[in-house]
Write a protein that binds this ligand. Structure first.
Ligand code: GLN
Length: 267
């Protein structure tokens, strides 16, 4: 089942320093993941990375021009030499990335690859889901019916993850606090589809909100005050802390080399 990663920090890092260079980077997790609970062997059905570029465009008066930039493909990450190359050159303070193992019965397409990007509540978000909604699609019909018709007509893909994203974005758009919105979507999806695996990951360039529901998740702080949240630790450094199952995590970077704030609470 897919692997995903989010980072937020006070100082820019290259995409490669998280996605391709570590000994157990997201790239390695695409062909040799170590903790694939509940099926799947490789994450070869595509990948995506979204990164915030506000510093680059800080002179722009156009809010919508500030990114994040989104790069997605429906091929394995290891086959995209151009992405591996640009990852060494691109720097950012915040990103969300994922490698996909499509759930059986769901389409393999670029649009089905996380992260999903969208504006809501004055921010542009990046979203990823690692897991599966049980009994999809009928189990989610009632929840889907709470969405405006336009949201359903513009769903990015016919997948459980795209629907979860539409539900979450709609709630943030109506003014709900993003952390409460994430918790609410997980609670409602579990009620509608018990036994679902719902590791959600949401970022807006300033914070990361993540859940661990029946899949692996870890995080670590960096000396500059940055924090990375990932399905699997990127190396064997003991600084990686596992997130207990059934938790919601909220991470924000520290300023001036202060440690980041990371709050982990039961859902
Ligand atoms: N069910 C989602 C999809 O098919 C996520 C898959 C996963 O986590 N492996 O895209």
């Amino acid at each position: 089942m897919c692997r995903h990663l989010a980072h937020v920090g006070p100082t820019p890092v290259t995409l490669a320093s998280l996605l391709t260079e570590p000994s157990h980077s997201l790239l390695v997790q695409s062909y040799a993941p170590a903790d694939m609970r509940g099926g799947g062997t490789v994450n070869a059905d595509g990948f995506g990375a979204g990164w915030y570029v506000r510093d680059l465009l800080s002179d722009s008066s156009e809010d919508h021009a500030r990114g994040p930039v989104l790069y997605r493909r429906d091929d394995p990450m290891w086959t995209d030499g151009s992405f591996l190359d640009l990852a060494r050159a691109v720097e950012t303070t915040a990103l969300v990335a994922a490698v996909r193992s499509a759930t059986v019965g769901m389409p393999v397409s670029t649009a089905a690859c996380a992260p999903f990007r969208g504006e809501a509540g004055g921010s542009t978000w990046l979203f990823s889901h690692n897991g599966v909604v049980r009994g999809w699609p009928p189990s989610m019909a009632d929840l889907a019916a709470t969405l405006p018709a336009l949201d359903l007509l513009t769903l990015e893909a016919a997948t459980d993850s795209a629907l979860l994203w539409a539900l979450l974005r709609a709630r943030i758009a109506t003014g709900k606090d993003p952390v409460d919105a994430v918790a609410g979507v997980v609670t409602d999806a579990l009620a509608a589809a018990p036994g679902s695996r719902l590791n959600l990951l949401l970022g807006d360039g300033e914070q990361v909100v993540a859940t661990a529901v029946d899949h692996a998740l870890s995080y670590r702080a960096w000396p500059d005050g940055g924090v990375t949240v990932a399905s699997e630790p990127l190396d064997d450094d003991p600084a990686w802390t596992p997130v207990p199952d059934g938790s919601l995590l909220v991470a924000r970077p520290g300023e001036g080399h202060d440690p980041p704030s990371v709050a982990v609470a039961a859902l």
